[in-house]
Design a protein around this ligand. Sequence first.
Ligand code: ATP
Length: 480
Amino acid sequence: MTTNENKFQQIISHAKEYGFVFQSSEIYDGLSAVYDYGPYGSELKKNIRDYWWKSMTQMNENIVGIDAAIFMHPLTWKASGHVDNFSDPMIDNRDSNKRYRVDHLIEGLADKLKEEGKTQEAESLLAEMDRLLVAEDYAALKELIVTNKIVCATGGTSNWTDVRQFNLMFSTEIGSVAEEADKIYLRPETAQGIFVNFLNVQKTARMKIPFGIAQTGKAFRNEIVARQFIFRMREFEQMEMQFFIRPGTQKEWYEHWKETRLQWHLSLGVPREKYRYHDHVKLAHYADAALDIEYEFPFGFKEVEGIHSRTDFDLKNHQLLSGKKLQYFDNEINQNYIPYVIETSIGLDRMFLLILSESYEEETLTKEDGSTDTRALLRIPAKIAPIKLAILPLTKKDGLPEIARQVMDECKNYFRCFYEEKDTIGKRYRRMDAIGTPFCITIDHQTKEDQTVTIRYRDTMQQERIPVSKVKEIVLNNIM
Ligand code: ATP
């Protein structure tokens, strides 16, 4: 096992042990690729979502939000192309009955070749795969798998079926009587809720092009290869923004959002070298340009966000199937048109995994007597940390808890605090490090004399005395 794989396993265990992520229905042995968020996980997830929401809506006067339903009229998915096109080429292994996405199988081999230093070979394999995917040449894709001797990870054999397309949408029925029930889909992306509300939003919020509509919410995909923890889930959350523009301006807005979104990632303190752009060769059915923003997860560079130039594809098709005009009158140029769209689409769960991957550290500490100790910590940026401040009275007596409670009462309305009086102070600090709490304050006997407390910083473990009256301000300054 490589160190990175170890690190990934450590992150998964840490996420469970400290109440960030649990497997769904764990007492029934779990449900594959479905996860639940625990006390600290749900806080972190909410903070990432809020940070995104604020950066989109509050910071941009021309972007407004909506919250559309998960269920949509079935024609939505016909118009969007998902009924006909939302499928991936798959291949089954006859011996193990395991199904694989063709691109994942081939990318797996390419990663192995790269690890062996055969970069050239890996690159030409990937180039050939891209060429065949674009050409939709499924027979040649199978041939590529066979000639490269790719075997099933479970059974180890190469007894492959032909390559076939497999639709990723979940369906169910709506209606009370079985015969009358209509087939309906669980949305595979949040974007369509924005498109079908385009005119409602434009008119009621009196938006002028260029403008954006943002939305966060659940999406569902019947993913075939569901591994890598919360990286690829069957139920997940997206944070999407559709930016409506004048036709012909898509190139400049595509560049604008490509750069703006990367800056958002960097604003969370992640170094630039951990990111790269990946331009799409095979474009989705709706796009005239597309790229992924990739982050270097412990298992390699992988997509965390997509920037897509979606043309007028969606609005045009909704107009066609609904029979309702979805046009905008641009009084600057005196023209009616169907707007073009640039989309930014990021997975909240993937962003969560990115934050865990980036912030998890197992640090070796050398004590004064020369012996060593380790501490597991999450260096989560203070502005999105689940708990911002831990308030710790040194002892349970002498009036210290009372002072601590006063600080708690003063601060809890402004940010999430955590109160604890059990165990030694060292143990309490370690628990706070493990859940990523950036600041701890300790109330001790000196506090009673001079109204100062010790503040301890998670990342450096440095401690200093500050007036108790300054605590709220210091934390607020660091989380805004
Ligand atoms: P991938 O190639 O990894 O399947 P995609 O290109 O299908 O992703 P998009 O349709 O562009 O993804 O979705 C936008 C974003 O939604 C992705 O960048 C990713 O962060 C997130 N996402 C997509 N599928 C999943 C999933 N199954 N689990 C978690 N997040 C997902």
